[in-house]
Design a protein around this ligand. Sequence first.
Ligand SMILES: Nc1ncnc2c1ncn2[C@@H]1O[C@H](COP(=O)(O)OP(=O)(O)O)[C@@H](O)[C@H]1O
Ligand SMILES: O=C(CO)[C@@H](O)[C@H](O)COP(=O)(O)O
Length: 495
Amino acid sequence: MPLVAGVDTSTQSCKIVIRSAETGELVRSGSAKHPDGTEVDPSHWWAAFQEAARAAGGLDDVAAIAVGGQQHGLVALDPDGNVIRPALLWNDTRSAQAARDLVAELGSGDAEAGAQAWADAVGSVLVASLTITKLRWLRDAEPENAARVAAVALPHDWLSWRIAGYGPAGDPSAPLGPDLTALFTDRSDASGTGYFDASAIGGMGEYRPDLLSLALGRDDVVLPRVLEPSEAGGVAHPSVAGSSLDGGALIGPGAGDNAGASLGLGMEPGDIAISIGTSGVVSAVAPDRTADGSGAINGFADATGNSLMLAVTLNAARVLDAARTVLDVDFAGLADLALSAPAGSDGLVLVPYLEGERTPNRPDATGTLHGLRLKNQTPAHVARAYIEGMLCGLADGLDALRAQGVPIERVMLIGGAAQSPAVQAIAPQIFGLPIGIPEPGEYVADGAARQAAWVLAAASGDGAVPAWSTTIATTLEADPAPVIRAQYAAVRDLV
Ligand SMILES: Nc1ncnc2c1ncn2[C@@H]1O[C@H](COP(=O)(O)OP(=O)(O)O)[C@@H](O)[C@H]1O
Ligand SMILES: O=C(CO)[C@@H](O)[C@H](O)COP(=O)(O)O
C-alpha cells in the first residue's frame, strides 16, 4: 500500500499527514510551530517541516509528497539561493501604499478604473496581501535588497525546492545547491501573486512580466515553473523523503492553502468553505475566473483546473486568541463565557480589525468595541461580542460571494477556531444557514496528500483525482439571530 505525505506550511505551524494513496486513510501525522510575526525567516519553515516530519514518524516510506502553504508571502532569493530578507507574509500590511500606487498606475490615475483593470488582468484588485505589492514595497523601501533579487518564490514553492535538495550555496542541507530554475509552483498559488493570469491560454494561465516589471522595475527574475495539477515537479532528496523506495518520492506541484483545503474537502460548485485560521476565508469553486472590481472577491485558481473565489479577512482565529488574553481564560473558558451571554451581547459589538483589515480594504484600521452599557460590562458579553464580530466579517464575505451569483448549496466550517463550541453554536445564527462540520482533519494538508496521490497515479498512467471521501460529522442548525448582523452593520463603517 503506497503512502503519500501532505504538508500544510501555514501561518502559525507546519502540519504533515501521511495517508494511504489508495483509500486516503490517515496513517500518521505530526506538526510543529512557526514563529509569530508578519515577517519570518523561511529557515524557520524548513526547521518546522523537519520537526513535523520527525513527529510524523519520518518520510522515508512515502512515495509522493506535496506542499500546501500560506499564500502570497514574498520569498526573494539572490543568485546563490540565499533568502535576501525575511519573507513578508500575506498579513503584513506595510505594502498598503504600494497597492494603492499600483492600482492608480494601472488606471492612469483613476483608482476605480485601476481596480477594475487589475481584476480583469489577474482576477484580484490589489491589496497589501498580494505578492506584487510587496515587490513594489521592496523596490521603494529597500532598493539595495530589490537590486539583489534573482528569483521570487512563494512559501510553498520555496519549501518544495528545499525538499528536492536545493537551497543556499554551501548549505549542507541543500546538497543540490542553488539552481533557481528548479523552482516550481502550481496555478493556484501563482494566481495569488498579482503577476499571473490564471485565465490565460485556455485556463492554464501565464505570468504577466509587464506587471512584474511595473512593480519591481524589471522582469529579469526567475519565476517558478507553473506545473499542471498532477505533474511531478521533481523527486524529494533522499535525505528528506522516500529513501526506502526505488526511485524516491515524487514531489507534487503543491497549492495555496485555500486551494489545498478545497481539494481536501472535495469541493464542487455549490459548496462553500468557511475557514477560521489565522485568516478568515469564505471560498467557492467556479468554472471561470471572476474579475470583481469592488475587491471583495479574489478570483484565484483552485488546484484542479477550476477557479477559486475567495473573500479573505485578516482577523479570524487570532481575534479569539485576543479575547482569551483579555479575559484570561482558556479555549473552553472562552466558549463557556460566550455561550452564557445572549445573542447580540445586549448591544456590545466588536469591529474586529485588530490587524487592520483586507476585506474590506482598511489596512490601517484598528478594532473598536461599540455599544458599551452598564449591563453588558461582563466577561460573558465581551467573549460573545468578540466571536460575533469575527463571524460577522465572514458573513459579509459570504454576502459578497452571493452578490457574484455563487450558488450556495452546502456550507462547511473548517480551520483551528472551528473547533470552538461557541463558534459552532453562533455561526448558524449569524449565517442563517445549516453549517456542516467535516470530520476533524487538517484539510489543507489532506488536500496536499490527495494531490500527492494524484501525482503518483498520473505517473503510472491514471489521470483521475483519487476518490477519497469527506464525511460531514455534524450539521449545525440554529434559529437565525438577525440582530447580530444588523447591529454590526450599523457600526462597521464608523471605523
Ligand atoms: N478550540 C479552539 N477554540 C478557538 N480557537 C482555537 C481552538 N483550537 C485552535 N484554535 C486557534 O486556531 C488557530 C490555528 O488555526 P489554523 O487553522 O491551524 O491556523 P493557520 O492555518 O492559519 O496556521 C490558532 O489561532 C488557535 O488559537
Ligand atoms: O491570504 C490568504 C488567502 O488569500 C490567507 O488565507 C493565507 O493563505 C493564509 O492562510 P492561513 O495560514 O490563515 O490558513
